[in-house]
Design a protein around this ligand. Structure first.
Ligand SMILES: Cc1cc2nc3c(=O)[nH]c(=O)nc-3n(C[C@H](O)[C@H](O)[C@H](O)COP(=O)(O)OP(=O)(O)OC[C@H]3O[C@@H](n4cnc5c(N)ncnc54)[C@H](O)[C@@H]3O)c2cc1C
Length: 404
């Protein structure tokens, strides 16, 4: 008898199941997730949930009853420990096995952790990946407390914003030459650095963490590579993520910084699909892993369609992303890979601006800060394969809508 198993109970898993069930009501569909939670959204964990502006119940992607209504067997706190491709079964952490005829790997990613030689096993150190992490982080946010944040990517900057809004004394340490170096242009980095400075966050760039020190097992300070010291009782580490690909590797699937999937999200074993943070697929000729909710939803929807019907349109990534820091919403359309120049379009206020990334005259991507209409128009044009001439992008009097 055919049956479908989904490994992981996150964003991609929920989207896969929703799509699959609209097309196939009968095939047994089972999810195994190693967290104690039903599928939930992670973005608020470093944003509204952390500031207390969003309730825990609002995080869940679907109510628990939905899985029952849809005849989806949802198992939480059960880890898949092995995929046996020959026997078409998975081994579970409770010692049992389960059969599948189609398998969906939606294992997401895990945080890159600092080694014990750096953390010295001190308490007071936080990562933000799971709801459990976010709850522990939320418990330490207290006015007047000193916090050091290691890593100036989106998670680190969002955590810094939350802490500053809570009245904490925040220092952010970025080992690279500038914050957001991996993902954004110098102009966007500088813009966010100024925003954070205005809000009282002290950003140190170009200097890495040497190690943490403490007393009685509790963190008291961070020592940087230049020997300077930051006193802090709390630290957040946001130094990137790694795709969760161990199961795939161990069972011989093709993996290269992610599980390699084709246009319909099949792995090199055509009965096994993968989607979301753990998967890597072709984007403009380069194997690309997109760490975002929209990508997880789109890939999983295609995988769900294909698993249910045997056919689906090829996945064409339409990258977009967002971040909330203080009163600024950053919206990113496109992928800036390979840009050669950046054009700035001034905003209506000091907290509004847009940066357009070009390769020659070809528009690649846009970072829009509190500029939702620029973002929306740019996204549509990018998705239609159109460009905006650099002189039009820079000219605030030029109506971008006229290009639609
Ligand atoms: C704090 C934070 C803020 C973010 N902000 C944004 C944002 O603003 N915008 C945006 O687009 N994206 C954001 N992201 C990224 C986004 O949440 C991810 O890209 C998305 O969740 C990926 O979905 P996924 O299903 O691939 O993985 P996940 O949602 O991570 O789900 C994977 C699940 O699989 C489980 N799992 C792994 N291995 C096993 C196993 N062997 N057995 C059983 N279960 C297993 C994991 O524990 C996890 O629960 C953020 C992420 C974090 C952590």
């Amino acid at each position: 008898m055919s049956s479908v198993i989904v490994i992981g109970a996150g964003q991609a898993a929920a989207s896969f199941c929703a799509k699959f069930r609209t097309l196939d009501h009968r095939t047994p569909l089972t999810i195994y997730g190693d967290e104690p939670e039903i599928p939930y959204q992670r973005p608020p964990l470093s944003k509204k949930y952390a500031t207390g502006d969003m309730a825990r119940s609002q995080l869940y992607l679907r109510p628990e009853a939905w899985y029952v209504d849809q005849n989806i067997e949802l198992n939480t706190s059960v880890k898949v420990t092995c995929i046996d491709r020959a026997k078409r079964e998975v081994h579970l952490s409770d010692g049992t096995t389960a059969q599948w005829s189609k398998l969906m790997i939606a294992t997401g990613s895990k945080v890159r952790e600092l080694p014990n030689s750096v953390t010295n096993n001190l308490s007071g150190l936080h990562y933000i990946r799971t709801l459990e992490d976010a709850n522990k982080f939320g418990d330490v946010l207290r006015k007047g407390r000193r916090i050091v944040i290691i890593g100036g990517g989106y998670i680190g900057l969002e955590a810094a914003a939350v802490c500053a809004q809570k009245g904490m004394k925040v220092t952010l340490v970025e080992a690279g030459l500038r914050i957001l170096q991996r993902v954004a242009c110098r102009e966007t980095s500088e813009w966010f650095k100024r925003l954070h400075s205005e809000e009282g966050v002290d950003i140190k760039e170009g200097v890495g963490l040497s190690h943490f020190e403490g007393q009685g097992g509790k963190l008291t300070r961070a020592v940087l590579n230049d020997k300077s010291v930051i006193d802090a009782e709390v630290a957040v580490v946001g130094i990137g993520i790694l795709p969760s690909t161990e199961l795939a590797e161990e069972c011989g699937l093709a993996v290269e910084n992610g599980i390699i999937v084709n246009g319909v999200c099949q792995t090199n074993d055509l009965d096994i699909y993968a989607a979301g943070d753990c998967a890597v697929s072709d984007y403009k000729g380069i194997l690309t892993r997109l760490e975002s909710v929209p990508n997880a939803i789109d890939q999983a929807t295609i995988a769900g369609t294909h698993a249910a019907t045997g056919a689906a349109p090829n996945y064409v990534a339409k990258p977009w992303f967002w971040s909330d820091q203080f009163d600024v919403k950053l919206q990113i359309a496109g992928l800036n890979r390979g840009y050669t120049s950046v054009v700035t379009r001034a905003g209506k206020t000091s907290r509004s601006i847009a940066h357009f990334y070009y390769n020659g005259e070809k528009l690649l991507a846009i970072d829009a800060m509190n500029a939702p209409s620029v973002y929306m128009i740019g996204k549509r044009l990018l998705e239609a394969g159109k460009t905006i001439l650099p002189e039009h992008a820079a000219d605030v009097d030029f109506n971008l809508k006229s290009l639609m």
